[in-house]
Ligand binder design. Sequence first.
Ligand SMILES: [Zn+2]
Length: 98
Amino acid sequence: MKEYAKEYRGNLLKKLSRKKSGSKPSEVLEAEKIIAKYNEEQEKIGPQLFRLESSECPDSICPQCFYLRGLNVHLKTIPGDDEIDKYQCPECNSIYEE
Ligand SMILES: [Zn+2]
């Protein structure tokens, strides 16, 4: 093997060995987080669509918790004014008016 080829081989071997054993670059870690979040959201969409299409939220149950998470959380009455009744969800803190 020619000297330049030996040198090239030695350098590349060192460089790739370092790369293989080193930790993942931050942009790769960030991209993996984004992909994991996307996949998690995609998995939830099926059941969420099913609930939206097939069921009606029962009275005094938080619609957000009901449709997005499949939970039956009772809303609490909070102070509103004379004309409007206000309700808050103790789970997700959403506020609804009627
Ligand atoms: Zn809620």
